[in-house]
Design a protein around this ligand. Structure first.
Ligand SMILES: Cc1cc2nc3c(=O)[nH]c(=O)nc-3n(C[C@H](O)[C@H](O)[C@H](O)COP(=O)(O)OP(=O)(O)OC[C@H]3O[C@@H](n4cnc5c(N)ncnc54)[C@H](O)[C@@H]3O)c2cc1C
Length: 381
């Protein structure tokens, strides 16, 4: 068994880290403080993603035919760690690379692949995820947005909520009910909806997460061509399930938490507190949680590298990452208080993101339910 990084992967991380040190401005924390939905960070992300793409580092793990370099899933993991560790300068585009692209590769028609994948690989596409609704979050299959057939089009009616970055998006990865008589997981469809279509209204929902982050997206009689359907009609739940397996390990929150811990240690050293046994124990405990989350995530990457089907291990990795991030944020607040952290140069967006980590992309309780049922082999709801 060889636990070390390959020479190629280690070199990739070094080159990437050197590039990031040079590409991120000195006032990056200030620029990132209002979160990835803010105009300042979104504008920065556009230029930054184009630079990554020029180097082949936006979608290295994608097949060359779709704008990648056929790199291993490990390079994708390294990319995620280095970028999340620095506060995710790709902004909304991390979603494209991690799960929207792979879902289009698996379920898309040739025309859809040609339309969307090169744009994503160039760093030139902004997507939003239209799943949650006012009365459908954890229980997503309670969604009421309809996409009913009318000839060669679907007519979409309904309201999506908590849609991150919808203000910047040029497409929405939309989940809707295409069979009005269907129940629960059946009769759903995924549509790749251009946000420029008539009848779509985007309204900002102010939130603690950051500026221009959440939105309500209202669809009123929006006519979407049949060619924009991703995967078979009625099987949208399968498409979304596949996409979310990628989403759960595509956001290495443990890397962001570990970087925060390093900065906390520097602050404590400067304050002469690093030698206190209680402080050391608390930092060690938090570091152990980050390491556990990292290794649980690596288990999933390894399965992917061996071509194995996704399993409940992705949910386990996701819960561990969330737990680590929240633990570190709580510890930071406990040790320094909000004012102390701000004085130490921390972007408070990080703490706000940690606060919501247990809800985004499926609440922790729901992830735990999935782990329990899948690992115990119980039938799915
Ligand atoms: C930062 C962030 C970004 C988001 N971005 C998007 C986006 O881009 N697109 C999108 O579609 N959605 C997005 N969401 C919405 C997110 O997917 C939902 O918030 C999430 O699925 C929970 O749904 P809900 O808010 O309706 O809470 P509810 O479903 O009402 O759940 C509230 C709480 O009830 C408990 N609970 C609910 N059901 C169960 C259960 N079965 N067992 C045990 N406990 C339970 C949990 O504690 C849960 O946290 C985002 C959310 C956040 C926080």
């Amino acid at each position: 068994m060889e636990f070390e990084w390959s020479l190629e992967d280690a070199a990739f991380r070094r080159q990437l880290a050197a590039f990031l040190d040079a590409a991120l401005p000195g006032d990056w924390d200030e620029l990132a403080k209002d979160g990835p939905g803010s105009e300042a960070q979104a504008a920065f992300a556009r230029g930054f993603c184009a630079q990554l793409a020029e180097r082949g580092w936006l979608t290295p793990h994608w097949p060359a035919a779709y704008g990648g370099r056929d790199a291993s899933p490990w390079q994708h993991a390294i990319l995620g760690e280095e970028l999340w560790g620095r506060g995710e300068p790709r902004g909304p585009q991390y979603m494209n690379v991690n799960w929207i692209g792979p879902a289009i590769m698996k379920y898309g028609s040739e025309a859809q692949k040609r339309e969307h994948l090169p744009r994503i690989a160039r760093g030139d596409a902004f997507w939003c995820q239209g799943f949650s609704e006012p009365d459908a979050g954890s229980d997503l299959v309670a969604l009421r947005t309809r996409a009913l057939r009318d000839g060669a089009e679907y007519v979409v009616e309904g309201t999506k909520l908590w849609t991150s970055y919808a203000n910047h998006a040029d497409h929405c990865f939309l989940l809707a009910r295409c069979d009005p008589d269907s129940k629960r997981h059946r009769g759903l469809v995924v549509l790749l909806v251009p946000m420029s279509l008539p009848g779509i209204e985007v309204r900002e929902v102010p939130s603690v997460v950051g500026e221009r982050y959440f939105h309500e997206v209202v669809f009123r009689g929006v006519r979407v061509p049949e060619a924009a359907r991703l995967g078979p009609e009625g099987e949208g739940w399968e498409v979304v399930g596949y996409a979310l397996q990628y989403e759960r390990v595509g956001a290495p929150r443990y890397a962001r938490a570990a970087r925060t811990l390093d900065r906390l240690a520097s602050l404590l050293r400067a304050a002469g507190r690093l030698g206190e046994p209680e402080v050391q124990a608390r930092l060690g405990e938090a570091r152990a949680l980050c390491e556990a989350a990292r290794l649980l995530s690596y288990r999933v990457v390894d399965q992917r590298a061996h071509g194995e089907a996704p399993s409940a291990d992705t949910n386990v990795a996701r819960v561990a990452g969330t737990f680590a991030e929240q633990w570190v944020a709580d510890l930071a607040l406990e040790l320094f208080g909000a004012a102390g952290l701000a004085a130490g140069g921390f972007a408070d967006a990080q703490f706000r993101m940690a606060m919501t980590a247990g809800v985004a992309v499926g609440a922790t309780e729901v992830q735990l339910n999935l782990i329990a049922s899948r690992l115990l082999g119980l039938p799915r709801e």
